[in-house]
Write a protein that binds this ligand. Structure first.
Ligand SMILES: [Zn+2]
Ligand SMILES: [Zn+2]
Length: 342
């Protein structure tokens, strides 16, 4: 499959990704392991090369990146190892031991990295997929009223598309995302949001489910995979709505559909990064109707077909009780059905 960001083959179907698990990060009998203290500097500025099997222990990859970033002046020799940045593995899933990384299995997010060192990192560290410069803000929509242009991180080199795998009783879901454009959500142990969708969908599944703030579509697609006949996913941010539609394609083998009709391509969507009035991005043909919209969830009732859906509203700030109650009340008045905050 062609990647919508870099045009290369860095995205694969859910089936292909799942076929590589769980062995993808396991060592061969020759692989070596050196555990490094991330809170200390690297004492000798050295690193081991990948094993003949093509994999290398994650700490050794840390060391390689550290050496390059010290040589390039991004870091000082006295900086602790963790300052190279956050490593996000691809595909991401719950692991019980640190990974041995094959080629192109790691995205580096760092506040310190420069364009020049990013190019050297991509050239010299085979495990890297891409290098993203982070900053002191959360990428994507921060203003609930959708009136400001969202800020995003800088992709300096390579590609920032990677996937996370979520367990579901029907089989795992593979969710791709473009990491410089959306907030990094480390899956919490036990996947509580997925469980809360499982509880609200039930067996047999409810007829109609709305994922009102879908992000890249995890909860909506979870409901679709559980067999909900009609699912709506929606997000105001183009990167989220786009990847919701893309992830539908990636996981299409688990859903009963004939065809996915795409109404807007990635380049068109970039022209309206934030949408208020819902725009239809994609829709399926077949036994299950799955729709993807880009818009403000408070206006989604303009686009929803009648019925009493079960609605998940996964808003970002869950600490503000008053706002949450107002949102739920408004939704119940306009749309009805069961509404929950996952
Ligand atoms: Zn790509
Ligand atoms: Zn090996």
């Amino acid at each position: 499959m062609k990647c919508p960001v870099c045009g290369m083959d860095c995205v694969r179907s859910a089936k292909d990704i799942l076929a590589t698990l769980p062995k993808i990060f396991l060592p061969c009998s020759e692989c070596s392991i050196r555990i490094l203290d991330k809170r200390a500097p690297l004492s000798d500025l050295s690193y081991a090369l990948p094993c003949s099997c093509g994999k290398r222990f994650i700490d050794e990859v840390f060391a390689h990146r550290y050496v390059i970033m010290v040589e390039q002046g991004d870091l000082k020799k006295t900086d602790p190892l963790f300052m190279v940045g956050s490593p996000l593995v691809h595909p991401g899933f719950a692991m019980d031991r640190p990974p041995f990384l094959p080629e192109k299995s790691l995205l580096l997010l760092s506040p310190r990295v420069t364009k020049q060192s990013a190019d050297i990192l991509m050239r010299d560290v085979p495990e890297l997929r891409g290098v993203v410069k982070t900053d002191n803000f959360i990428p994507g929509i921060a203003d609930p009223d959708l009136n400001t242009v969202p800020k995003v991180y800088d992709l300096l080199a390579g590609c920032d598309v990677r996937a996370d795998v979520f367990p579901l009783w029907t089989g795992p879901l593979v969710m791709y995302k473009q990491q410089s454009l959306i907030h990094i959500e480390f899956p919490r142990g036990g996947y509580p949001k997925i469980h809360s969708v499982e509880q609200h969908v039930g067996k047999p599944p409810v007829p109609y489910f709305v994922d009102a703030c879908s992000g890249v579509g995890t909860l909506g697609l979870a409901a679709a995979c559980m067999g909900v006949p009609h699912v709506v996913m929606n997000d105001a941010w183009y990167a989220s709505a786009f990847w919701s539609a893309f992830n539908l394609e990636i996981n299409r083998d688990y859903v009963k559909l004939k065809k996915i009709k795409i109404f807007e391509q990635y380049d068109d969507m970039q022209k309206h990064p934030v949408a208020k009035e819902p725009i239809k991005i994609a829709e399926t043909d077949g036994e299950q109707l799955i729709e993807v919209y880009q818009g403000d969830f408070r206006l989604l009732y303009h686009a929803l077909s009648p019925g009493s859906p079960v609605t998940a509203i996964d808003i970002f700030d869950k600490n503000d009780r008053t706002t949450i109650e107002a949102i739920q009340k408004e939704w119940q008045a306009r749309v009805g059905g069961d509404v929950f905050i996952p």
